[in-house]
Design a binder for this molecule. Structure first.
Ligand SMILES: CC(C)(COP(=O)(O)OP(=O)(O)OC[C@H]1O[C@@H](n2cnc3c(N)ncnc32)[C@H](O)[C@@H]1OP(=O)(O)O)[C@@H](O)C(=O)NCCC(=O)NCCS
Length: 162
């Protein structure tokens, strides 16, 4: 299995993965909307023998420092719990760090995301429509964030999720 940035030829397969993982089309639409708006920064696919089995998207967001939003992450149901999601997330974190982003925010289950270093406490000073414990932050690089308070705003496509 390899993890690599999406190409135009992956777009249909990404929709299939998102819809299968979530059992609905809202997340697939979110991915399309983020891409169309130019807010998709890293869109990574996990490919096994030519098939897209997983997808993770890191999008632009407003924050007091350069930060990315991680969402959605999706793995084909029959390929879950085999490390695909972890590979996608770890690869995205490494790319974000290498590109100089200072933080990543995620909304999700702390039981899953804390293994990558995401921490609800680090997100608690930021004002967002999304409250803890589901909002978590990961600091990239070795230094602390320039600030641990402020307003953060996900890309506008997220508002359609309701
Ligand atoms: C959540 C998801 C992306 C994880 O991908 P995955 O490839 O199944 O994850 P991994 O195999 O890398 O899992 C690593 C660990 O996380 C655990 N895990 C997986 N999904 C979890 C969840 N929803 N909550 C808590 N733990 C979870 C696994 O049990 C595994 O634990 P272990 O290493 O202690 O055995 C995938 O299960 C999925 O697509 N789920 C449906 C969509 C979804 O809920 N996406 C996340 C919200 S954006």
């Amino acid at each position: 299995m390899i993890v690599r940035p999406e190409t135009p030829g992956d777009i249909a397969a990404i929709r299939v993965v998102e819809e299968a993982a979530f059992g609905q089309s809202a997340e697939a639409r979110l991915v399309d909307d983020l891409r169309t708006a130019g807010d998709s920064i890293f869109s990574l696919v996990a490919v096994d023998t030519g098939t897209v089995v997983g997808h993770a998207l890191f999008s632009r967001m407003k924050a007091p420092f350069p930060a990315l939003a991680l969402a959605p992450v999706a793995v084909l149901p029959e390929r879950q719990r085999m490390g695909v999601g972890s590979r996608l997330i770890s690869e995205g974190i490494a790319r974000g760090e290498a590109a100089g982003w200072l933080g990543i925010f995620v909304l999700g289950d702390p039981a899953f995301y804390r293994r990558f270093g995401f921490d609800a406490g680090k997100a608690s000073g930021f004002i967002s429509p999304y409250a803890e414990p589901h909002l978590m932050a990961l600091l990239l690089g070795k230094s602390d964030l320039p600030t641990d308070t402020g307003i953060i705003e996900h890309a506008s496509a997220f508002a359609k999720l309701g």
